[in-house]
Design a binder for this molecule. Structure first.
Ligand SMILES: NC(=O)c1ccc[n+]([C@@H]2O[C@H](COP(=O)([O-])OP(=O)(O)OC[C@H]3O[C@@H](n4cnc5c(N)ncnc54)[C@H](OP(=O)(O)O)[C@@H]3O)[C@@H](O)[C@H]2O)c1
Ligand SMILES: [Zn+2]
Length: 368
């Protein structure tokens, strides 16, 4: 039921924004609802980078009725000339009376100036309605716009004892179809998927989105210091998905690099080795406007990324199975800390269930 209050209209705007997660690239997802005299007169969501902003689309729908209306916007209206003219100007010109904003825009080009402009023109502006929800929705954008580094979500699918394959390397399947459906949604919502070369050698994955419905395909990224990836691997041969990017070091053989580049594969040089400098790799991917990455293992790359504090969010799926095996790969493999006090803990943890599997989501808190 839609209660006639600010939160209800903002919720509607947030739902529209959320529906566009995964299709706006490095842009935020934004929703806008225009309400006049108790009636919704316009709605809009930003659906694609370079395309209309949520406020503009809602104003177009409302036409003359925008005059005297209240605009509910999930993110502060922009005030700068980007690929489109500033939305704060458009709201002012259309005669909108009141603007309710969920959160200010962390983009240094906006950061409060949109709200200041609206107020300077006499509009009544309220800020912070469902602000937490809106901040979470744009967590990747919020990081990228300030640091130019991708927001990295580590996803693992393991047994209860943390194994991501058996001692013989069998890994199909650990989790249920319901969990795997969620993983495909996660892939759709990130711009890139990252795995270690050992996973490519072991599983020959396609790393594409294959849910029940068509979805946006992320760029496939492989950490492969010496370019050991087999030339027949499906990530290289099946190019109807997004392109593949290999992260290598200067120690990779030049002829191997040339052979891969001749096939249209992008190779980024990330440090002098022996292994890929992962911080440099993330910087280079950020420069290529990859603002969100789903890290899908294996355990060694997961561990290395965590050690370097490059992980922003963890999605840990556990199937109710125990497989054991000292040689079986684990979900997060690294040297480890000596003291329990040094452990990385999870902030804002939540637990969901997908079929029989348990999924723990949280944000790592690194000790200084
Ligand atoms: N259940 C699941 O969800 C799941 C998901 C993925 C994988 N798996 C399983 O996991 C196993 C593979 O895991 P894994 O831990 O052995 O390998 P991995 O993490 O996939 O790959 C590790 C490799 O990444 C390369 N790498 C490049 N830069 C690195 C760096 N800075 N730090 C660490 N590694 C770097 C290294 O090879 P170079 O030095 O040659 O570059 C390293 O050997 C497979 O059995 C696979 O089936 C399961
Ligand atoms: Zn705008």
């Amino acid at each position: 039921m839609l209660l006639l209050n600010d939160e209800a209209y903002m919720k509607l705007a947030l739902q529209m924004a959320e529906s566009a997660l995964g299709q706006t690239g490095i842009n935020p997802v934004v929703g806008c609802v225009l309400v006049k005299e108790g009636r919704i007169v316009g709605m809009g969501a930003h659906l694609k980078r370079g395309h209309g902003h949520a406020e503009v689309l809602a104003l177009q729908m409302a036409g003359e009725e925008a005059k005297g209306s209240t605009a509910y916007v999930t993110l502060e209206p922009c005030s700068h000339y980007g690929k489109t003219p500033p939305c704060s100007d458009r709201l002012i010109e259309a005669g909108v009376q009141r603007v309710v904003v969920a959160t200010t825009d962390p983009n240094p080009l906006v950061a409060g100036t949109g709200i200041a402009k609206l107020r300077a023109h006499g509009l009544d502006v309220s800020v912070g309605v469902l602000g937490e929800e809106s901040t979470k929705l744009n967590e990747a954008f919020n990081k990228f716009i300030v640091t130019r580094m991708p927001f990295v979500t580590m996803k693992t699918a393991s047994t209860l004892d943390g194994r991501i394959a058996s001692k013989t390397g069998d890994s199909k399947w650990i989790t249920s179809p319901d969990s795997r459906g969620y993983v495909h949604t996660l892939r759709h919502q990130h711009q890139g998927i990252l795995v270690g070369v050992q996973t490519v050698i072991a599983d020959d994955p396609l790393l594409s989105t294959r849910g029940d419905l068509p979805a946006v395909q992320p760029v496939r990224i492989i950490a492969d210091s010496l370019l050991r990836v087999p030339l027949g691997a499906r990530v290289l041969t099946e190019q109807d998905c997004q392109p593949t990017i290999l992260l290598a070091s200067t120690q990779a053989p030049a002829e191997r690099r040339a052979a891969l580049e001749a096939r249209g594969i992008t190779v980024l040089t990330c440090g002098d080795g022996p292994q890929v400098d992962l911080t440099l790799a993330m910087q280079q991917l950020g420069e290529r406007e990859i603002g969100s990455i789903l890290l899908e293992g294996g355990g060694r790359l997961n561990g290395a990324m965590l050690e370097r504090r490059l992980i922003d969010k963890l999605v840990l799926m556990f199937a109710p199975k125990i497989i054991g095996g000292a040689a079986a790969p684990v979900n997060i493999h690294f040297d480890g800390f000596a003291k329990m006090d040094d452990a990385i803990t999870l902030d804002r943890m939540s637990v969901e269930q997908f079929g029989p599997d348990v999924c723990i989501t949280g944000y790592p808190m690194y000790k200084s």
